[in-house]
Design a protein around this ligand. Structure first.
Ligand code: NAD
Length: 463
């Protein structure tokens, strides 16, 4: 799209919203059902696109992308009517008779900007909330997943109401032009450098933003757990999509003894999932592009290689890699890894681990593998993160009732389930008071001694 076409597209969305196209509950339900049909009827095409972009296995594409969004749609379709009902709120006696309620209204025209790592899920899961909320939507898929971007740009207009939902493909120049337009909400998922540009652009129109970012999600393991189970749960979340997952365990913290004991279990888990040569496994993904591949290769070099290494740039195959004895100041500990390299850093115990975590940005997720209640409690109360997984990693995403989002450096605002609707709605306060009897006269000036006495008494009652 040219810049002129982008301006025209957003203007057309605005006209459709202003005309009331998106407001009726029936329209919202129809769009959600159409989105569901898009995903079901074109599952194979989307699986193929994801395979071309990332080498994703079709089963994994269903689990974490296509089926995931269908789950969000079904959850919303069942509850949308109820979520949109005005919610009555108690009125203080001093204001009676009156009725108060909270009414959810659409925000207007919203922009959803998605990254490449889960290019279906991260574009369409927010869309569920935006449509449920009755908004017109501009969708910006990632140029770094070009096959998926092209498939969605072709399919979305075929299934959804083109007057109110538009896909704008492109890279920096197109996104910059989009960000120059007026939106009523911007929902951005991606890295924190671009997040700053998004937020800077939002200042012009005081547009609220949701920022779903990444960061280093730590894992702490102690000796009270079954290490084989813990290793499987860590390795699954880490090496799924070749580590290109925002909630993937970034690094492991353990005492030297636990670290040593954990190593063979992690190796065994990788072999169980992907065989002796993961390059041949149909279940193991590839690194998205050469730039990411070079960045990841640059993170190697420190510590002892327990498994993996020897990346192959010609196929962008980056073996599942486990590194031990990693010094805390090594390059790999200074940035989000976002690839299939799992460093193990030794700590003296819980206190040391908590301190190390607290020295960094607040993570998107924190995982603690322990059977000790006291240790769980310490991590829960002494660290801050978007989410905590106790004896489990990454699966919290699948609980629609849990907010999904970051805190501090990992972003702000959360979605999934009803929260997606909250993100894309304004909660309007409505108070309605009958004209008769005109009880408000009791508080109007002039403030005579009698009225002063009455008002002070009223305020005391309200306290
Ligand atoms: P990306 O390169 O696809 O960029 C994301 C979006 O920003 C794209 O649509 C792109 O077109 C746009 N963009 C890029 N440069 C821009 C610019 N200069 N101006 C305006 N727009 C621009 O994806 P990425 O940022 O590499 O994604 C990976 C990051 O996202 C990681 O840090 C990861 O942790 C994070 N992430 C977070 C979540 C979450 O839900 N919290 C999910 C997935 C990924």
């Amino acid at each position: 799209m040219t810049h002129g076409e982008i301006i025209g597209t957003v203007a057309a969305l605005r006209s459709s919203f202003d005309a009331g196209t998106t407001k009726p509950l029936a329209w919202r339900m129809r769009q959600l059902r159409a989105l569901r049909a898009l995903l079901i009827e074109n599952g194979t095409e989307l699986e193929q696109a994801l395979s071309r972009d990332l080498g994703k296995n079709p089963t994994e594409s269903q689990l974490a992308e296509i089926g995931f969004v269908v789950g969000e749609i079904d959850y919303a379709l069942k509850r949308l009517r109820k979520w949109l009902r005005p919610r009555p709120v108690q009125v203080p006696g001093s204001l009676m008779p009156a009725r108060a309620s909270v009414v959810r209204e659409p925000l207007g025209v919203v922009l959803i900007i998605a990254p490449w790592n889960y290019p279906v899920q991260l574009l369409l899961a927010p869309l569920v909330g935006a449509l449920g909320g009755g908004n017109a939507v501009a969708l910006k898929p990632s140029e770094n997943a070009p096959a998926t971007s092209a498939a969605l740009a072709r399919l979305v207009p075929r299934y959804l109401d083109q007057r109110a939902i538009a896909v704008v493909e492109g890279a920096v120049s197109e996104t910059t032009e989009l960000l120059a337009q007026r939106f009523d909400h911007i929902f951005y998922t991606g890295n924190s450098r671009v997040a700053r540009l998004v937020m800077a652009a939002s200042i012009k129109n005081l547009t609220p933003v949701t920022l779903e970012l990444g960061g280093k999600s730590p894992v702490y393991v102690d000796d009270s757990v079954d290490l084989a189970v813990a290793a499987r749960r860590i390795a699954w979340a880490k090496f799924m999509n070749a580590g290109q997952t925002c909630v993937a365990p970034d690094y492991v913290l353990a005492t030297p003894e636990v670290a040593r004991a954990l190593e063979p279990h992690l190796v065994a888990a990788v072999r169980e999932f992907y065989g002796d040569n993961p390059a041949k496994s149909p279940d193991y993904a590839r690194i998205v592009n050469d730039a990411q591949f070079a960045r990841l290769t640059g993170l190697l070099g420190d510590g002892r290689t327990v498994l993996g290494g020897a990346p192959d740039p010609s196929t962008r195959y980056f073996a599942p890699t486990i590194l031990a004895d990693i010094p805390r100041e090594s390059t790999i500990m200074l940035q989000e890894i976002f690839g299939p390299v799992l460093p193990i850093v030794t700590v003296s115990g819980v206190q040391d681990a908590i301190q190390l975590i607290r020295e960094g940005d607040k993570p998107l997720a924190l995982y603690v593998f322990t059977e000790r209640d006291a240790v769980r409690r310490r991590f829960l109360t002494e660290t801050s993160s978007g989410a905590v997984g106790v004896d489990v990693s990454a699966a919290h995403l699948a609980v629609a009732g849990l907010p999904f989002g970051g805190v501090g450096g990992s972003g702000f605002g959360a979605y999934h389930g009803e929260r997606s609707l909250e993100v894309f709605s304004h909660e309007k306060a409505v108070l309605s008071k009958p004209l008769k009897p005109d009880t408000l006269r009791l508080i109007y000036p002039p403030y005579t001694e009698r009225k002063d006495h009455f008002i002070r008494g009223l305020l005391r009652k309200l306290r």
